[in-house]
Write a protein that binds this ligand. Sequence first.
Ligand SMILES: Cc1cc2nc3c(=O)[nH]c(=O)nc-3n(C[C@H](O)[C@H](O)[C@H](O)COP(=O)(O)O)c2cc1C
Length: 266
Amino acid sequence: MPPSRSCNRFLSLATRRAATTKIPNAAASNHHRPITTTSQPPPQPPHFPVSQRPFRMVIGITGATGTVFAIRLLQLLQTLHVETHLVMSRWAMATGKYETPLTEAQILSLATRAYSPRDLSAPIASGSFVHDGMMIVPCSMKTLAAVRAGLCDDLISRAADVSLKEGRKLLLAVRETPLSDIHLDNMLALRRAGAVIFPPVPAFYTQPETIEDIVDQSVGRMLDSFGIHTASFKRWDGFDWKAKREAAAAERSAEAGAEAGAEAGG
Ligand SMILES: Cc1cc2nc3c(=O)[nH]c(=O)nc-3n(C[C@H](O)[C@H](O)[C@H](O)COP(=O)(O)O)c2cc1C
């Protein structure tokens, strides 16, 4: 096909430019004179706007016991203005009914966006949807096994699989006891694939008084592993040795006083 008219114009312009561009002759050039070139400036790279977005997390809730952990997590993330993308499995809905007074709609409304576990066309099913990490809280042994096997037959396991393949953070708040060889093997494989295995195990050094204290401590530690450090729970700050020494000294002097009193009386 013959070149078009505009193509011809471009070609003739390019030829004229090439003819006027002077290539400096190194041998003839005077080294005191500044070197100037008459060539065209180098082409600039195309300018693409860098996308601005808030901190964004994907949350999966499965049918293991411990829906309260997910609710508290969503509440905290809402307060922190983190954008959340939530999926609740069918069994999460069933288990949740026993464990929390919140309705399914109320739980879903805690997230920025919520999806059906069957909707494999949701944005979070694609690696091109950029986020800052995913948490499955609580994570059942069934979903653990699915993620380990790369079996993506629902949106939670698919989003987790995508997080791993894209090298994004994935935390599994696994919930089961006791653990079988199969459970442990699945956890080890996923740990080696880069996931954080986070059984929500309570700490008692914080001297929890309520279930909320226990939940807050676990959720706070989960957020810690994503670099989100809240003041929503008591952190360990070492023993208060001075207070311990003073208490021991006070005890000793009370004992000595009692002994002296007994001797005087006897
Ligand atoms: C009240 C209740 C508590 C459950 N707790 C657990 C649990 O702690 N861990 C677990 O792996 N499965 C538990 N299950 C079983 C899961 O709900 C079941 O394996 C389900 O298939 C998980 O599917 P999902 O991962 O898609 O939510 C529980 C089920 C019920 C009804």
